[in-house]
Design a protein around this ligand. Structure first.
Ligand code: PXL
Length: 281
């Protein structure tokens, strides 16, 4: 019998920016995992551009969740990302509590910030809710800035050690503080070290550092592409190590094309032609 694993993806859909659901749907599908979107908002384009139009669906979400409950479907995993505000965060926290109790693996990308700065739409109060949501997850995929917010570490202080040999271990120490009976794995993304980009897997073992080629700039949606590949691969039963290496392979190839083409950072990366790297015959 062919069994298709199923992931609920709680995220927005943005017309431009190749992020959130426009990344998750193709990636999970190519991995052979069913993607069930719970759409949090519909945006003309992601919020890094100068302006955007957003239809916030927070008020509708409980009704969609009720219908899902009536259908009685269970999810192998749940993936969350960007949130539009505190009210929406409360709805997502409650949904995640329910899915957790039903046995789903919870993967939270604690979207809040990048390059040492909060996203323009994220308030301090919303960040507190993201911290709560992250504590309910099995796996989280923060970038370095988000790790600092989650672990109450000074970004400036931590990154001042970036040329020291044990820098990845210092980052891992900050991530270790977050581990609990619930949260078993922290994958820190986008750590600049020794002329490469490191992704650091932190669990109860010795941290694993996976290096990727460095490209200038940071592009919209790379975090969503990363979390979608990682969530999909782990949902299929692959190891965290394999999942992270596969995500890096896809992003590296897409970035190479994107940089060559001189694409604006807001338009995201050219991952479409490289989705084949996710196919494992
Ligand atoms: O990639 C994260 C993300 C997702 N969705 C929207 C965003 C962002 C980051 O800015 O604006 C709408």
């Amino acid at each position: 019998m062919i069994t298709v694993k199923r992931t609920a993806v709680i995220n927005d859909i943005s017309g431009f920016g190749k992020c959130s659901l426009t990344a998750a749907i193709p990636i999970l599908s190519v991995l052979g995992v069913e993607c069930c979107p719970l759409v949090t908002a519909v945006l003309s384009n992601q919020t890094g551009y100068k302006s955007w139009h957003c239809t916030d669906l927070t008020g509708e979400m409980p009704k969609y969740l009720n219908e899902w409950k009536k259908l009685g479907y269970k999810f192998d995993s749940v993936l969350t990302g960007y949130m539009t505000g505190e009210k929406q965060a409360d709805v997502i926290i409650n949904a995640v509590k329910r899915f957790r109790s039903e046995g789903s693996l919870i993967v939270v990308d604690p979207v809040m910030a990048d390059d040492g700065r909060l996203y323009s739409t994220y308030s301090k109060e919303l960040c507190k809710k993201v911290i709560k949501l992250a504590s309910l997850a099995d796996i989280i995929t923060p970038n370095l800035t988000e790790l600092c917010i989650l672990s109450q570490t000074s970004y400036k202080e931590l990154t001042s050690h970036c040329n020291e040999e044990d820098y990845p271990l210092l980052v891992a120490e900050a991530a270790k503080k977050l581990l609990s009976d619930t949260l078993r794995t922290v994958i820190v993304t986008g750590v600049h070290f020794s002329n490469s980009i490191c992704n650091i897997i932190v669990d109860c073992d010795v941290p694993t550092v996976i290096k990727s080629e460095i490209y200038p700039g940071s592009y919209s949606g790379t975090g969503d592409i990363f979390s979608s590949v990682v969530c999909g691969e782990i949902t299929k039963g692959m190891s965290v190590d394999y999942a992270v290496r596969t995500a890096c392979k896809l992003i590296e190839r897409a970035l190479r094309d994107t940089v060559r083409e001189g694409t604006d950072r807001n338009d995201g990366i050219a991952f479409e032609k490289h989705l084949g790297v996710l196919i494992n015959e």
